[in-house]
Design a protein around this ligand. Structure first.
Ligand code: UDP
Length: 388
């Protein structure tokens, strides 16, 4: 087959663009995927306990974009699912995002009443306040509450997750889980919250089964694809490729790390089987110091399923790692760390390839952005529209 489009990587970025080119533009698409499966980090499967397990950590679909839901609904049915998280604070499991109920559970009655009152007066009911902003409030009582939340929800979780304090990382990261001045105890407040009926992998199978798409698994793209910076050309199997190339991997890897490695955080999951049900909600966060719990959170996957009349349960205990592509553990890049040094490095890589007009970098790794699933799908749809 002669290909019009070559896609590197088979997560949402690569699969959406491949699907669009194949089905809407009648283009022949080749996808090269390094792993032994499709779906990128969304890959899931039913394990020996009958639990739909997410190999690369919990993926919960939530979005405000009707377009994204409509698009993905071509490939799956859904069941409603609203994610709830508890966090272990001073021995009690309280709602996260930290909200008015959490205040009641952490403070004695009169104190809690006072704190709720000052918080509602300061920000109004049903508002969201990022912790770093709450900490700037000059009111003594608000400040006291902010310090409590900072210390017990954000400080240690963030240090474990990122190896850095909340002040040292991009403020947008902790703002993903703001303090909630209200009673909504869902982890997300988006309009659409649901899970694919047959899992994420099935979405990818349905996207990629088009006759115009060929997927090759277990293939290192470096063995087939070469970018020539002097000529501004892409070579596929030693021949110039003038079609469209979509690269969804890490750009430092694409350019053989010539400006050094980009920093990422990685994860390792300790997968365990237990009898019955393990915990109260699908995810329990442990914003405790690393000496108490080295992990950040425990996810019990069957509690995210539509029904789970199962005797056993599977949990994943999540341990953050500094990413090191050569190490035995922590060798998968999950989260870009955008320090100014990394941002500069990333721009240097992008500058280097910008002259190659048929090469497009898209996705959480390639864009070096902390995208949620819906944001990647929206971005991939946009990239397709712009190229076609
Ligand atoms: N965070 C925290 N304590 C929590 C939950 C989140 O400090 O209990 C901070 C932490 O820095 C984390 C960020 O908020 O990396 C974003 O959390 P989110 O749950 O969105 O992370 P993800 O699910 O993407 O790993």
């Amino acid at each position: 087959m002669k290909y019009d489009v070559i896609v590197i990587g088979c997560g949402f970025a690569g699969s959406v663009i491949a699907e669009r080119f194949a089905s809407q533009s009648n283009k022949k698409v080749l996808i090269l995927e390094k792993r032994s499966h499709i779906g990128g980090n969304m890959y899931d499967f039913i394990d020996d306990n009958g639990v739909r397990y997410h190999e690369y950590g919990p993926h919960i679909f939530h979005t405000n974009s009707k377009d994204v839901v409509d698009y993905l609904s071509n490939f799956t049915e859904w069941y409603p699912y609203e994610h709830r998280v508890l966090g272990l604070i001073q021995g009690k499991k309280v709602p996260i995002p930290f909200n008015l109920t959490s205040i009641e559970q952490c403070f004695e009655h009169d104190k809690a009443e006072k704190l709720k009152q000052v918080l509602v007066e300061a920000y109004g009911m049903d508002t969201k306040v990022p912790i770093l902003r709450l900490k700037e409030n000059p009111n003594e009582e608000v400040k006291e509450l902010a310090d409590f939340i900072y210390e017990n929800v954000f400080k240690y979780y963030t240090m474990k997750q990122w190896g850095l304090t909340p002040e040292e990382i991009d403020p947008g990261v902790t703002a993903r889980v703001p303090v909630l001045v209200g009673r909504d105890d869902r982890y997300f407040q988006d309009k659409y919250q649901c899970m694919p009926k047959n899992g994420y992998t099935a979405i990818f199978e349905n996207m990629l089964k088009h006759e115009n798409i060929e997927v090759r698994l277990n293939v290192d793209a470096h063995e087939h694809l070469r970018v020539d910076i002097q000529e501004n050309k892409v070579y596929f199997d030693n021949e110039e490729f003038t079609g469209t190339v979509i690269f969804t991997g890490a750009v430092d890897d694409l350019l053989n790390y010539e400006f050094g490695d980009l920093s990422y955080r990685s994860l390792e999951f300790d997968k365990q089987t237990h009898d019955g049900t393990y915990q109260e909600v699908a995810t329990v966060n442990y914003p405790t110091p690393a000496e108490m719990n080295g992990y950040t959170r425990i996810t019990e996957y069957k509690l995210m399923m539509e029904t789970y009349p199962l005797e056993k349960t599977t949990i994943a205990v999540e341990y953050p790692y500094a990413y090191n592509r050569k190490a035995d553990k922590g060798n998968i890049p999950y989260y870009p760390i955008f320090t100014s040094e990394d941002k500069e490095k990333y721009e240097m890589y992008c500058d280097k390839i910008k002259g190659i007009t048929n090469l497009h970098v898209v996705g959480r790794l390639a864009d070096y952005k902390y995208y949620n699933m819906d944001q990647i799908v929206a971005r991939a749809l946009m990239v397709y529209k712009n190229i076609k």
